[in-house]
Design a protein around this ligand. Sequence first.
Ligand code: ADP
Length: 467
Amino acid sequence: MKHQKPWQNLRLRLVAWYSLLTGLSMLISDGFMYLEFRQTLLDQIDNALEVTAIQALKNLDDEVDALMFDPRQDGPVLTSLLNTAGVEIYLLGQDGSVKEHFGDSLTLPTQQGLQPGFESLITENERWRIYTQEILPRDDRPGGWLKVARSLQPVDITLQNLLNQHLLKLPLLLSMVGLGGIFLANRALKPIDQVTRMAEQVRVSGDLTQRIHYQGTTDDELERLATMFDEMLDSLQATFEYEKRFTADASHELRTPLTALKGRLHVVLNQPRTADVYEETLRAIEQEVDRLIRLSSDLLLLSQLEQRHQDMHLEPIDLSDLLAAIAEQIQPLADLQQLQLSTHIAPDLKIHGSPDHLIRLFLNLLDNAVKHTLALGQVSLTADVQGHCIQVRVSDTGIGISPDHLPHLFERFYRVEKSRSRTIGGTGLGLAIAQEIVHRHHGTISVQSQPGRGTTFTVTFQQYSHR
Ligand code: ADP
């Protein structure tokens, strides 16, 4: 077997794709969750900053003409605000100069912008969220700015933990998905494995009797593949056995006359003979050779007819005219045998057919009828429409065929009376060829016979209509 590179292995590729896609979808969905969670945390911080700012502004001293927190209120409210870890409060003048500062973790850069709203600030080791609000002047008190800052460290720690957890979980989940993928791919590809192994076995051993017999639970594509493979082996085996039998039969049939020829030649050449004896022998040999030629051309025709993948060229033809011409052709033979040949052919019987093959078919049936009917007997050719079909019957009042022979009559080289048939020149292929011709015309052929009373062959075709 050809050596496969890893990526040429369908199972491996399926698992890789499966894991990649699952990993990607996990990353995307976790990524979204992470971003959403982060935004929620930041929103919470912003809300808390706004609340802190509102509470801090309530502590401004309105009774002095400077911007400062009321020292009397510098009690419970502010203290509780400042006790909240990581909160810084700045009271700035209109020029941005720091008037008051609570908290000891953050020192605002001197060039701090004075824009109302939220901003983020990154110091050496921490991230901060800052909310700036303008303080409008009131009575004697000048205006200024309030800045409330809060460390983002707790948020960052929470987010980092979350990220770590996900990163730890990912390889674990991916390996579970990979294992699941291998299991699924194995299950799904089992029939393919079986087909491959079987094809290999058949190739190595040449044994066409092996089958997969795949027993699946669902009628899926792969099971159908396995079944199709079995069916293909069935038909290969049938064809192979047919060919084998055909070759054996054909060589046997060719051997018999060749041996007879050899015998005759041997006898005559044994000692000097008169001219008459030589002539007689040569004539007998000519007859045998003629028979051999007939046999080989019949064999050729039969093997051509049996190549079903080659379509036979069918054309619209008038069967009535064709049958009348055939009857005319057989008439001298019937006269010779002192037989009465009668025809009952309905006019305008149209079918799709191959004229040469049809002539061969009906000549053969009529020739058989004439050959197997004793003098003063009758042979008739009838053709008419029966329902949607056209039926042609060739009947005789001849010797008939016993029921034991009827089932085998259309087999190659089957002869009812072996020696007799040979002496009257039959190759034993006539009816096999006739049946093939009928089948290639999508028709049927059947036989009824009573020993001593006669035989009828019935051929049925589909009627041809111009639609
Ligand atoms: P063959 O070339 O030997 O005639 P066929 O295939 O045409 O071979 O026929 C097979 C056998 O069927 C013949 O050997 C013959 O005995 C028998 N047979 C065919 N047609 C008739 C018939 N009309 N009446 C009696 N026997 C027949």
